[in-house]
Structure formats: structure tokens, C-alpha cells
Design a binder for this molecule. Structure first.
Ligand code: ZN
Length: 417
């Protein structure tokens, strides 16, 4: 940047400045962004003699806010100029014109959040670099969480409790976050964590006092204590490196608080203290697995008895039909399977799951069930499939299920004639 750019960028002189007056230098119409066009408002872009609005850059999103009563939805630096994209109700010509003096106001909660995430990233990257030799490759500031991609190859290389403890020490000692403006020829005086930008008249260096120096054009808090907290949320492998998810500042505090409330509710529902949640959940999962095994076994026993009874009451080659009001599709499938094991073709319907299962004994050497029934499915709005001796389909209504079942029965009866 040049010295002129610095004087018009009030967010560099004082990142805590939320409002200011400025004079309009230029206005351009028809520069609506995609979201403005969709929401039925037109947009214009405004150039000012000075601004409190930070333009998107260096991984930090743009500020939003107001110029007088008009909403600023985006701020971009284009060819060295900061353009403010303003929402304008349709068919209303701009109340702004060049030479006007206007009042600027940024959405402060949003900016402060960005300053905390951004400075939090500096501190997290500094600790990884200084203590573990892990370099930061990129940074993204998101609406829910932020991420950095780092040079580690797998997540185990990052000892989380240690890293968080070191970060906490830096927050607790409330170190200064300093800003230096340095001509490129003197930049070697700083032990920079990453390469400075080329072709800049002045390089801006952000320092965590005596610990970390990074070339950066973003906005930052003034002391590490203003970060309040940093929480590393998760680590994942990403394109051969590791992606670190984190939250800083009020965002981290809110997240930890919400998580704690949710955890308390979970512990209370499980009838244990917070420390006992995982043991209780594993215990419950083990019991569910055992119950599922026992249920499957007793369903099979029940299905075998039902199939045997139905077979004894039907004519020798008659297809067996089962209609379950309460039981689900898995029970219907067991009935059809048990009937097939007795050498009988069967149709089993679960009304609660609106599902039909058709199974024939493997020995019935006719056309594939799926080949015959699948083409009819679409007509009844059903979804499903199967193979030579098995077909299963679900429907969105009972009447469609009943009509399909009738059609399937007739098709099967025609085959066995
Ligand atoms: Zn920065």
C-alpha cells in the first residue's frame, strides 16, 4: 500500500472506529451483485474520500453497515480503490451524489468477530510455527467456524491439549498486538512467519509482541486478552495436509456455552453426570445391539411358525399372503423368506412401512421377479428393486401399495397357471 491509501483507510488508523463522516468521490450504477439482483433491489457502488469499511482481503470478509440510511452489503478493493456496494430500493434514484458529506456506520458485532477470528488465527499459527515447526498454508474465516490448512501430514502431529494450553497462556498474559509499517528494503529486520507481498510501497507487519511477525492487511484486536478464548474444534486430513477448525473470541465463548448446555441436557436424560456420558452411551449401544440380535432371532422363529401355519391352510400351489398392520418391513421380509424356505411363493405387506415384499422359492425357474415387477413400479409411484426370486418396494400411500399388490398378484398367478 502507499501512504495515501493509509490515510483514507481509517480502519488501519483505529480498528475500533465504528462510525465516521466522509465525502462521496464517485458513484456508479448497475453494479449489483448476484444476491442483490435476486432479492429485487438494485445496487450502486460508492467511492469515498475515506472509509471505516474494511474491504474483503487476506482471508477476512468485508464489513457491512450503512452509508446514511442505505445498507452497505459488500466492500471490495478494485484497482487500489475501495468500492462500497450499496443496496438501493428498486426505482428509487440514488439520494447520494458526488460531493455529498455522508455518515458511515459499520456492523460492529460482525467486525469485532472478524478481528477476533483473524487475530486468533495469528496466535494459533504462531504457536504451531514457534513450538511445533508446523507452517500455516492458508486461512479461511467462515460464518460458523474458521480454518487454517497446515503443513502437518496427519492430525496426530498436533498435540491439542498442549497447543490450547500455550494459546491460553498468551491470552492470559494479555500481550500487545502491534502494527508496523515497513519499506520493503528494511523488511529483513523482521523475523517474518511468511513471505511479504511483492511490489508494495509499504509492508504492514502485525506483531504479537516479541513472539510472531506476519505481513498482513487485515484488522486485529490490540491485545491478546481481547481474544477471550480460542477453541480448536476439530482436525481433519485435507489434500495431503491437515485442516484445523477453530473458533475465537465471543464466538468461541458462545459455542462453549451452548455445547455445555446441550451436554448437561444429554447427561440428565441419561441419568449420569457429564463425565459419565460416553461410558453410559457405549453401555446403551451394547445393549441395543444385543436386543437387536435377540429380536431378529425371535422374529425368525415367529415367521417360521406363521409360514408353516399359512402353508398348511392353503392349497398346495397357492401363493401365501401376509398382511401386517403393526409390524415393520423387516418382519414382512422374514415371513416371505420363511415361506420361500417351505417352497412357497409369498407376498408380505407391512402397512406401517407401506412396503411390499415378494419372494418365490429359488426353484421356481421362471422370469426374474425384478425384471417383471420393476417396470410397473413407476406407474404406482413406488421405489424399490430386487433380483430373480426377491422383490421389495415402498410406496407413499396405502392405496398405491394395494393397487400394486393386486397387479403383482395377477402377474404372478398368470405365470404359475
Ligand atoms: Zn492479520
Amino acid at each position: 500500500m502507499n501512504a495515501h491509501a493509509l490515510s483514507e483507510r481509517l480502519f488501519y488508523q483505529n480498528p475500533w472506529l465504528q462510525e465516521a463522516d466522509a465525502v462521496i468521490k464517485a458513484i456508479e450504477y448497475g453494479a449489483a451483485d448476484a444476491s442483490a439482483a435476486k432479492s429485487g433491489v438494485e445496487s450502486l457502488r460508492v467511492l469515498l474520500d475515506m472509509t471505516v469499511f474494511y474491504p474483503e482481503g487476506g482471508g477476512q470478509p468485508p464489513d457491512t453497515g450503512f452509508i446514511d440510511d442505505l445498507r452497505v452489503i459488500d466492500v471490495q478493493e478494485i484497482d487500489g480503490h475501495i468500492w462500497h456496494f450499496v443496496e438501493l430500493p428498486r426505482n428509487l434514484s440514488s439520494p447520494l451524489k458526488p460531493g455529498d458529506r455522508v455518515h458511515l456506520r459499520i456492523d460492529w458485532q460482525r467486525r469485532l468477530d472478524h478481528m477476533q477470528q483473524h487475530t486468533g488465527q495469528h496466535l494459533l499459527s504462531a504457536v504451531l510455527e514457534q513450538e511445533y515447526g508446523i507452517h500455516t498454508l492458508s486461512f479461511h474465516l467462515g460464518t460458523e467456524y474458521s480454518t487454517i490448512d497446515v503443513s502437518a501430514k496427519n492430525p496426530e502431529e498436533l498435540p491439542l491439549p498442549d497447543i490450547e494450553a500455550k494459546i491460553e497462556d498468551w491470552i492470559a498474559c494479555d500481550a500487545s498486538v502491534l502494527v508496523h509499517y515497513c519499506p520493503p528494503e528494511d523488511i529483513a529486520a523482521f523475523k517474518l512467519r511468511k513471505k511479504p507481498p511483492a511490489d508494495e510501497a509499504v509492508i504492514r507487519v502485525v506483531e504479537i509482541e516479541g513472539y510472531d511477525w506476519s505481513p498482513c492487511g487485515g484488522t486485529h484486536v490490540e491485545r491478546t486478552g481481547q481474544l477471550r478464548a480460542i477453541k480448536i474444534l476439530s482436525l481433519e486430513r485435507y489434500k495431503g495436509n491437515v485442516r484445523v477448525y477453530f473458533a475465537a473470541g465471543s464466538r468461541a465463548v458462545r459455542l462453549l456455552s451452548a455445547t455445555y448446555e446441550e451436554t448437561k441436557k444429554t447427561a440428565s436424560a441419561l441419568g449420569v453426570g457429564i463425565g459419565g456420558i460416553s461410558a453410559r452411551v457405549f453401555d446403551i449401544l451394547g445393549k441395543i445391539a444385543a436386543l437387536e440380535r435377540a429380536l431378529k432371532k425371535s422374529t425368525q422363529t415367529w415367521a417360521a411358525a406363521e409360514a408353516k401355519l399359512a402353508a398348511s391352510q392353503a392349497a398346495p400351489h397357492e401363493m401365501l399372503e401376509f398382511r401386517l398392520d403393526e409390524e415393520g418391513a423387516d418382519s414382512a421380509a422374514e415371513l416371505a423368506k420363511a415361506a420361500a424356505a417351505l417352497g412357497r411363493a409369498a407376498i408380505a405387506i407391512s402397512l406401517s412401512d407401506k412396503t411390499i415384499i415378494i419372494q418365490v422359492p429359488q426353484v421356481a425357474g421362471f422370469l426374474s421377479l425384478a425384471g417383471m415387477l420393476k417396470p410397473k413400479l413407476a406407474e404406482f409411484g413406488g421405489k424399490g428393486g430386487g433380483g430373480p426370486a426377491f422383490f421389495r418396494a415402498s410406496f407413499s400411500s396405502e392405496s398405491e401399495l394395494a393397487r400394486f399388490a393386486e397387479e403383482a398378484k395377477q402377474a404372478l398367478a398368470a405365470l404359475s397357471d
